[in-house]
Design a protein around this ligand. Structure first.
Ligand SMILES: Cc1cc2nc3c(=O)[nH]c(=O)nc-3n(C[C@H](O)[C@H](O)[C@H](O)COP(=O)(O)OP(=O)(O)OC[C@H]3O[C@@H](n4cnc5c(N)ncnc54)[C@H](O)[C@@H]3O)c2cc1C
Ligand code: SF4
Length: 568
C-alpha cells in the first residue's frame, strides 16, 4: 500500500491550500473527496440540471441532514431534508463548492478579529476575539490574491484594511456600464463606491484561461478555469508535483484515534467497499457541517463523545453569513436610448460594493455593520420567470396577463440587486450534532443542524439594507424591496470547531490543530469563532495556507507552541 505523509478529507477551499503547500514542500499527500472529478469540459449552463435538479449536490434521499428550528413557543420543530427539500449540501466534487461560487471576495478587516474587545458582549451570544490578529492573516490573504487569483482595484474608503501590497495582482474584470451609474449615485450621497474584488481572472494567467463572461457564474461550474476554484487554482498544481493523489467518489466515514493521535481514515469507494488509509498527519476539510459530523461519528472508547469533544464544544457555535438581499427594477420606459443600451449590455460584471457602515453608531452605541455587494439578478431564466408569477396585489397570473408580464420583465426592464453580509451571532442555540436515527446510503448517521438567528443580526441587516435601498432610489430604480431574515444561507456556513487558546471553550488550537490530538488539523470554515461581515471563502483559503505552514513547521519539529501535545 502507498504511504502518505498527509491525508486530507475533502478537496475544497479549506483542503486545497494544504495539498498545494505540502506536496510542493516534498510531502506525499492523499486527498479523499466524496464527489466526482469534474473539469472545465464537464460544466454546462443548464439551469434545469444545475439549479432545479441540483446535480452538483447529493440526492437528498441518499444523503441528507436533519434540520431543527425553534417554533414561537420555544419548542423544537424537526424535519429531515428528504421531507422538506432543505438542502445544506453546497458542491460535492473535486474542488468543492468553490466550483460554484460567484467569487465575490473580501478580506476580513482588523476589527473582525477582536469583536468582543471592540464592541463588548451581546446578550445571548458567544462573541469572542480570535486568537490571531489581522496582521497574522495578512500575508495569507496576499498569497491567495496571487495564487488563486483575485482581481480588483484598491480605493480609499473609511474601512480599507491594511495591505502589504499596493494593489491587486489582477485588474478588475470587465465592468457593466451600470457601475458608472452606481458610482455617480454614491458620489451624490457621499458614499465610497468600491470595485468588488473577485476570484476571477480577467485574462489568461496562472496557467488558466481568462473569463469569457458567460454571465452564469454563481451556482455554475466555470468552463474556462477563470474562476478561482480550488481544483483549477491549486489541486491541479499539487497533482503536477507527482506527490499528490486525489481520489474522487470516496466517502470518509470514520477516523480511528488513540489517545493523542489519529491512526487511520476509513472510506467507502463508489461500489460501497470499505478501505483504510494510514498517514502521519490528517486534515479534515469536509465543510463545516460535515467535518463536525465526521468527528462525532469517529467516537471510540478513548473519545466517547467524538474527537475533539472532551469539553462538549464540538459542533457548537455554528454560524452562517447573516443579512439577506434586495432589489429594484429599472424600467426602460423611464430611460433614454443610451441608458437602455447600457443597461442591456450582457456578460460584464457590476462589481460594486459598499463598506461605508462596516462599523456604525446608533443611539450612542458602536455597532458592527457589514458589506453590501451590488449585482444584476441571476440570469437563470426559469427563476426570473417564476418571480413574475404574481401581480402586484399577489394574485397568481395566467394566460395573456402572465405572458404580458413576462414580456415586460424580459424585454422592458432589468432587476438590479444587492446582497447584505453581516455577522451571524454565535449562540448556544445554533449548533451541529448527529442524528443516530437517520442514516445515509452507507448506513452512517447524518448531521443534525439546529438553527437559530439572533435578533441582533436582523437589526444590523435591516440597517444596511435601508442604505442599499437609498442607493437604488438615487440611481432611479423602482419597486425597491429587501428581504432580511434569520433564514441561513446554506452556502455560507462556518463554525462548529472553534479555534482558541483555551481547550475548555474551543475545539482547535490557534494553528487549527485539535486540542489534545497531535496529528489532526481542521482547515475548513469550521474553525471560525465569528464570521466577519464578508463572504467566507477568501478567509477559508487564507487560513488553510496558514494551517499548511503550521503543519510543515510541526513536521520539521518547529512547533509553534500552541498545542498541549507534541507530535512524535
Ligand atoms: C452558489 C454558491 C455561491 C457562492 N458564492 C460565494 C462568493 O461569491 N464568495 C464567497 O466567498 N463564497 C461563496 N460561496 C461559498 C464558498 O463556495 C464556500 O464558502 C467555500 O467553498 C467552502 O469551502 P470548504 O472547503 O469549507 O467546503 P466545501 O467547498 O463544501 O468542500 C468540502 C468538500 O468535502 C467533500 N466532503 C464532505 N464530506 C466528505 C466526506 N465525509 N468524505 C470525503 N469528502 C467529503 C464535499 O463533497 C466537498 O467537495 C458560494 C457557494 C455557493 C454554493
Ligand atoms: S467564465 Fe467568467 S463568468 Fe463564466 S463562470 Fe467562469 S469566471 Fe464566471
Amino acid at each position: 500500500m502507498k504511504q502518505y505523509d498527509i491525508c486530507i478529507v475533502g478537496s475544497g477551499a479549506g483542503a486545497s491550500p494544504v495539498a498545494y503547500e505540502l506536496s510542493r514542500a516534498g510531502y506525499r499527500v492523499l486527498v479523499l473527496e466524496k464527489g466526482p472529478y469534474l473539469t472545465e469540459k464537464d460544466f454546462t449552463k443548464d439551469e434545469i440540471a444545475v439549479s432545479r435538479r441540483s446535480i452538483y449536490t447529493p440526492r437528498l434521499r441518499e444523503e441528507q441532514h436533519v434540520v431543527e428550528t425553534y417554533s414561537s413557543d420555544g419548542s423544537i420543530d424537526r424535519v429531515t431534508a428528504a421531507e422538506s427539500g432543505w438542502n445544506f449540501w453546497n458542491g460535492s466534487m473535486v474542488g468543492g463548492s468553490s466550483n460554484l461560487m460567484s467569487g465575490y471576495f473580501h478580506r476580513m478587516k482588523p476589527v473582525d478579529f477582536r469583536l468582543r474587545s471592540a464592541f463588548g458582549p451581546v446578550e445571548g451570544a458567544n462573541v469572542v476575539d480570535w486568537p490571531i490578529s489581522y496582521d497574522d492573516m495578512e500575508p495569507y490573504f496576499t498569497k491567495v490574491e496571487q495564487l488563486v487569483g483575485v482581481s480588483g482595484r484598491v480605493v480609499e474608503h473609511p474601512f480599507q484594511e491594511r495591505r502589504s501590497t499596493k494593489d491587486f495582482p489582477f485588474p478588475p474584470t470587465w465592468e457593466q456600464p451600470i457601475s458608472g451609474w452606481f458610482d455617480t449615485a454614491c458620489e451624490t450621497l457621499g458614499y465610497h463606491s468600491i470595485p468588488t474584488p473577485r476570484a476571477v481572472l480577467p485574462f489568461d494567467a496562472l496557467g488558466r484561461s481568462g473569463c469569457s463572461y458567460s454571465n452564469f457564474c454563481g451556482s455554475y461550474g466555470c468552463a474556462t478555469g477563470a474562476k478561482g476554484n480550488a481544483r483549477a487554482a491549486l489541486l491541479e498544481k499539487a497533482k503536477a508535483t507527482g506527490r499528490c493523489d486525489i481520489l474522487p467518489n470516496v466517502f470518509v466515514y470514520r477516523l480511528d484515534a488513540d489517545r493523542q493521535r489519529v491512526t487511520a481514515a476509513h472510506y467507502f469507494d463508489a461500489d460501497g467497499r470499505s478501505h483504510t488509509v494510514t498517514a502521519g498527519t490528517f486534515v479534515v476539510a469536509a465543510q463545516a457541517i460535515e467535518s463536525v459530523r465526521l468527528l462525532f461519528n469517529s467516537r471510540n472508547d478513548l473519545h466517547p463523545d467524538g474527537l475533539g469533544n472532551a469539553n462538549g464544544q464540538l459542533g457548537k457555535n455554528l454560524i452562517f453569513s447573516a443579512g439577506g438581499s434586495g432589489r429594484g427594477r429599472f424600467e426602460f420606459a423611464r430611460l433614454n436610448e443610451r441608458q437602455r443600451f447600457e443597461l442591456m449590455t450582457r456578460g460584464a460584471f457590476v462589481n460594486r460594493s459598499l463598506q461605508e457602515w462596516y462599523v456604525y453608531h446608533q443611539n450612542g452605541r458602536a455597532l458592527k455593520g457589514g458589506t453590501i455587494d451590488f449585482l444584476f439578478e441571476h440570469p437563470n431564466p426559469v427563476s426570473r420567470a417564476l418571480r413574475e408569477l404574481y401581480d402586484d396585489e399577489g394574485n397568481l397570473l395566467w394566460g395573456r396577463k402572465l405572458q404580458a408580464r413576462l414580456k415586460h420583465a424580459f424585454t422592458a426592464s432589468r432587476i438590479f440587486a444587492f446582497e447584505v453580509f453581516n455577522d451571524w451571532m454565535p449562540t448556544d442555540k445554533c449548533f451541529v450534532s448527529v442524528d443516530e436515527s437517520v442514516k445515509d446510503k452507507w448506513g452512517v448517521p447524518v448531521g443534525k443542524i439546529r438553527l437559530y438567528g439572533h435578533p441582533h443580526d436582523i437589526e444590523v441587516g435591516n440597517y444596511l439594507a435601508a442604505k442599499a435601498e437609498r442607493v437604488l432610489r438615487q440611481m432611479g430604480a423602482v419597486e425597491i424591496e429587501s428581504d432580511i431574515s434569520s433564514a441561513p444561507p446554506p452556502n455560507l456556513v462556518a463554525g462548529g470547531c472553534r479555534f482558541g487558546t483555551d481547550p475548555e471553550h474551543s475545539v482547535l488550537d490557534p494553528d487549527c490543530r485539535m486540542h489534545g490530538i497531535a496529528n489532526l488539523y481542521v482547515s475548513d470554515a469550521s474553525f471560525m469563532p465569528t464570521g466577519g461581515s464578508v463572504p467566507y471563502t477568501w478567509t477559508i483559503y487564507a487560513n488553510a495556507f496558514r494551517v499548511a505552514d503550521a503543519i510543515i513547521a510541526a513536521l520539521k519539529g518547529r512547533e509553534t507552541g500552541y498545542n498541549n501535545v507534541k507530535d512524535s
